[in-house]
Each structure stands twice: as C-alpha cells, then as structure tokens.
Write a protein that binds this ligand. Structure first.
Ligand SMILES: [Zn+2]
Length: 265
C-alpha cells in the first residue's frame, strides 16, 4: 500500500514537474539571449570603474560629473538597467540645455545622427595621435544634443570648437519620464589603428576598448591608454588635473586635450 501511494505521488509529481521545468528552461533561454555577452567580455574591453576623479582649475566652475564611467548608478543614485550588465559605458555631466559642447582635441567628424531613445542626437569625433598627442586614436560619441550638430561628416575641428549644444534628446519617455534629463553622455573608444566602421549610432569594430574620459588627462606615462592600467594606478595618481576651456581662454594654454564642456571663470 505504502509503495502504491509513493508511486501515485511520484507520477503526479512527474506530470506536474515536467512541463514546469520545460517552461522554466524556455524562459531562461529567452533571458540569456537578451543579455547578449557575459560580463567577462565587457571587463576585457574595460567596462568598470577606474577610480579616477577630476580636479578642475581653481579659477573655474565646472559642472560636476553626475555619473562616472563604469558606475552602476545614475546621477540620482538609482540602479542602471542595460544590456551590458548595468555598467555605465560613458560619463555623464548634468547640464542646462544649450550648454556648449566642445571638441576635446583637434580632430575630425566621422559620424552623426539621431538614434531616438537612450541616445538622441549624437556626433562621433575622431582624435588621431597627430592631433591629440596621444599614442592611440580616440573616438568620442557625444549624446543627447539639443539639436543635430551643425557640423558635417568629414569636417575638421579644432580643440575647443563648439560641436553642438547639450540637451535631453533620447532621455524622454524612459526612466526620466516626459521631462527627460538634460546632460552630456560622453562615450570614448580607443583604437590601435584608427580604422572604423559605423552601424546605426554605433562605431566599431568591437576590438576597440572603452576609455574612462578622465584617463585622457592622466599625467603618468602609460604603456597604452587602457582602463585596466588606469585602475591599477596608485590612489594619489587617481586625482587628475583637468585642462579646460573657459569663456575666455584655455587653462593651461598649451593643453592638447580639454574637458568636453565649457567651464566658466
Ligand atoms: Zn550616461
């Protein structure tokens, strides 16, 4: 009798369990497809906080960094939710709409457009070693511009040129609701050979690594511009002096790379 009861319960359990398990696996499969690549892939490409902090010249007032590169939170402390495991792939500076966005170095416009939600109006600049004095080519995407940049693809820019104005395009309707969130999201990629292709708002190939924008101002000689190396710097070298453009001048004058927004004196 005991055996029969066990058998009956066993059958009932199997009948209930099999379809539930199948459903569970199906759900899991769908979820895994959405997550795209494992975090290790992004870690390799430098997607993590480096611990670098900007130190601005005493004479100026610069908008603070509202969310650092690699941060898992937004400016308001809320947790990020994105396809790259919640890590921030750029640096956010909160700004009033219409603030001047600046070319960080001499360079060239290589791409621009509007990508709607999350990106908005954007522009990609290329800073070659000859222009920036850096050892590698840097590609920079400025996002959420108020209007499409007036610059044309192929056009040369000089350090400090206004490449557009800050806005909130691409931030409306999602987490930030109908009001949006005016800010600059700046996304930097490092390339060994300077070759690139574009797909939608993205620029590749994927062999390029992410770069914490503050890393461009680090004075310590590095083998290469690499977030892994920046992360390993001793604490005292992580407070980085930033060169800026005010409404009157560059500080310091000879800087080849400057902060991407105007800092008034
Ligand atoms: Zn951002």
């Amino acid at each position: 009798m005991k055996f029969l009861t066990l058998l009956l319960w066993g059958c009932l359990f199997t009948l209930w369990c099999l379809p539930t398990n199948a459903m569970h696996h199906k759900k899991k499969g769908k979820k895994m497809m959405q997550a795209k690549a494992p975090y290790e892939y992004y870690e390799e490409r430098g997607l993590f906080e480096t611990g670098l902090k900007p130190i601005f010249p005493k004479e100026v007032t610069c908008a603070r960094v509202a969310s650092y590169f690699g941060s898992k939170t937004r400016y308001d402390g809320s947790k990020r939710n994105n396809s790259h495991h919640g890590y921030h792939n750029g640096m956010d500076i909160s700004l009033q709409q219409g603030h001047h966005l600046l070319a960080m170095s001499d360079g060239e416009v290589v791409h621009k457009g509007s990508a709607g939600k999350l990106v908005g109006n954007y522009i990609w600049l290329k800073f070659s070693p000859n222009d920036s004095g850096m050892s590698q080519t840097i590609f920079a995407r400025y996002q959420h511009l108020q209007r499409a940049s007036p610059l044309e693809i192929g056009q040369r820019v000089k350090k400090g040129d206004i490449i557009g104005r800050s806005g909130k395009t691409g931030t409306i309707g999602g987490y930030f609701g109908s009001h949006g969130y005016p800010h600059l999201h700046l996304n930097l990629l490092v390339s060994q050979d300077g070759k690139y292709q574009t797909k939608g708002a993205m620029l590749g190939p994927k062999s390029m690594h992410y770069l914490d924008p503050i890393g461009l101002f680090v004075n310590t000689p590095l083998k290469s511009l690499d977030n892994h190396q920046l992360r390993q710097l001793p604490t005292e070298q992580k407070n980085v002096a930033i060169a800026v453009k005010t409404q009157f001048q560059f500080l310091p004058k000879e800087a080849k790379i400057i902060w991407p927004v105007t800092c008034p004196e």
